[in-house]
Design a protein around this ligand. Structure first.
Ligand code: ACM
Length: 263
């Protein structure tokens, strides 16, 4: 199968323009599954509660999921993408999986980062894995990379691919952790980060790019620049993620001793 990562530069609050720019980028190449950044259509750096409310959307009935569904139907592909989700009277930092037949699932970010705790409720759904036919896909969002439990839970649930929409601001950090997450769990990991700057409420955030696709042995199959809008597609065999053997006597998941992991 072909897996793609798209590295975008959204303009805060310009949802239609950001959607169009993203679809133009994805249309240059074909992939079975695209991973695109956290908050790719809304922008990330919220400054007021009203902005969060205005840009949040219901899932699956909001305009971003509808636009993604139409793109996936036209291109016969799946997309994992982040958006602010209005639900339960609060807003979650969510990511959806959408495919040729429309909405598939939603994940609500469990480990919130920095100022996100001002605007978003912590995720309240368990990690889950979806079978898209060619592979089994689990979603985690940005700062979740720092918690090995997130990737491990998705691997134990049977994920072949960790789809990781991100808005990373610390250079080089998630590139290292996600390489280890792929290696220690024997899965593919696709991180789609954004680039550019946002300067709002007297604070500037610089997004660090270097989106990457990593194989189950920890090799990078693609790594993008730190500052350009671009995409990459890699041909992968998801079956490689189902063999967890490390040596003839060792298995990456089977050798765990969870009875000793309680704290
Ligand atoms: C992050 O979780 N957006 C760094």
């Amino acid at each position: 199968m072909r897996i793609g990562i798209a590295q975008t530069r959204p303009e805060f609050g310009e949802r239609d323009r950001n959607l169009n720019d993203t679809f133009a980028l994805l249309s240059r190449e074909a992939a079975d599954l695209w991973v695109i950044p956290e908050f790719f259509a809304s922008g990330y750096q919220f400054a007021r509660a009203e902005e969060v409310r205005d840009l949040a959307e219901p899932v699956p009935d909001g305009s971003t999921v509808r636009a993604l569904a139409s793109f996936c139907r036209d291109r016969n592909c799946f997309v994992a993408a982040g958006l602010p989700e209005a639900a339960d009277g609060v807003v979650y930092n969510s990511a959806v999986l959408v495919g040729p037949r429309g909405f598939v699932s939603v994940y609500r970010k469990i480990h919130l980062f920095g100022d996100e705790t001002r605007w978003f409720a912590p995720g309240n759904l368990p990690f889950s894995v979806q079978d898209i036919g060619v592979a089994r896909v689990g979603i985690m969002i940005c700062f979740d990379h720092f918690f090995p439990e997130a990737a491990r839970t998705l691997a134990l649930l049977g994920a072949d691919i960790l789809a990781h929409p991100a808005n990373l601001i610390i250079p080089g950090l998630a590139q290292r952790t996600m390489t280890v997450r792929a290696l220690e769990n024997g899965v593919f990991a696709a991180t789609a980060n954004r680039v550019g700057e946002e300067s709002r409420a007297e604070k500037t955030l610089r997004y660090t790019g270097q989106s990457q696709i990593v194989a189950p042995d920890g090799t990078a199959l693609a790594r993008l620049s730190s500052d350009r809008v671009e995409a990459a597609v890699a041909e992968i065999n998801p079956a490689e993620a189902r063999n967890k053997r490390l040596t003839s006597r060792n298995d990456k998941l089977g050798d765990r001793r969870p009875e000793f992991y309680r704290t």
